[in-house]
Design a protein around this ligand. Sequence first.
Ligand code: NDP
Length: 372
Amino acid sequence: MSVKVDEITLSNGQKVPVLGLGTWQGGDDPAAVGKAVKIAIDAGYRHFDCAAVYGNEEDIGQAIKEKIEEGVVKREDLFIVTKSKPGEVKEAVKCAIQVGYRHIDTAFFYENEKEIGQAIEEKINDGTVKREDLFITTKLWCNSHKEGEVVPACKQSLQNLGLDYVDLYLIHWPFAFKSGTELTPRDAAGKIEFQETDYLETWKGMESCKQQGLARSIGVSNFNSEQLERLVANAQIKPVNNQVEVTLNLNQKPLLEVCKKLNVTVTGFSPLGRPGNRYGIKNLWDEPEIQELAKKYNKTGANIACRFLLQRGVTPIPKSVTPSRIKENFDIFNFNLTPEEITKIEAMGTGARVAPFTEAKDCTFYPFKIPF
Ligand code: NDP
């Protein structure tokens, strides 16, 4: 299979393949956290990094479920990160490049830039692609938001990836953590240590990345309409892209209009709505309307979800480490939803977010204080 993926053009002329591979191994898989989690939830912990407990999946998922049922915590108050097995993302990226993906999304926070770099190097060395055929995005993490920290952070990501430049560098979230090497710095009580660095300051560092040729383009992620408008009004180099959650549930219609007006393209993360991990968020794939469309076009629910984004001008970046799904998610270029079908799907959205990052809700720059 070797379909050439269409491209959209950023405001600075750079082209982006309209489908990308997501690589965050997270998700909040209830089948991927541990028994200790129960005690930790009682103690007040709300953020779980589950790499260390990989293997206890079922127990851990069950623990969370029980704590939710007991009313100790709500699903939306928890931030759960799981990590893939070593080498899994590398194989996924190699498989994706072979299938025809040319756009790969990662972030410093995902701690998989090295594996992705190795996969890219191998696919370049075996002649499948050239560097210039690939569009690689990575993101600045919240612990490096001071102006002077941005270029070193970008250089670190480039070193991890083994690349001279990334195609797109994004501010991952508009709010900042305490500066330092800790990915998620916490105080003695287990609370994230935030810092009120203005993203306009961070943006100056991003502009330096672009000026130094470390990033071909610069943009943001998880910015709301007001933050984006403020940034565009104050930036010397305008952001070209906003990566935000876009799903069947959260179709982002109003934010898409603002982005269009500002000449900012949109990448849609969690485009599949992280299926299987809902904890009460209804996965719209299972709804008869979506199932009927899947049947009509001889596609899957995942295909309908990604095509829905694509036809609304959003670049979906579905994540999978499963070769059959990587192929399945690429199979979205040979059918068209009708305008009526798109309108019907838009009307189904409940507005539920899979990535609300509620632990940051008291920060000045928390983006979800306003509807869009
Ligand atoms: P997705 O909506 O892409 O869902 C990923 C999950 O769906 C995985 O569990 C995957 O399993 C499963 N899956 C993939 N394809 C299929 C299929 N065809 N049928 C059934 N299940 C499937 O969620 P993500 O949150 O991972 O979002 C995608 C990407 O967006 C991330 O990987 C990351 O790159 C980016 N992102 C960015 C954020 C930001 O703040 N900027 C926040 C969140 C995500 P498996 O891998 O086992 O096949």
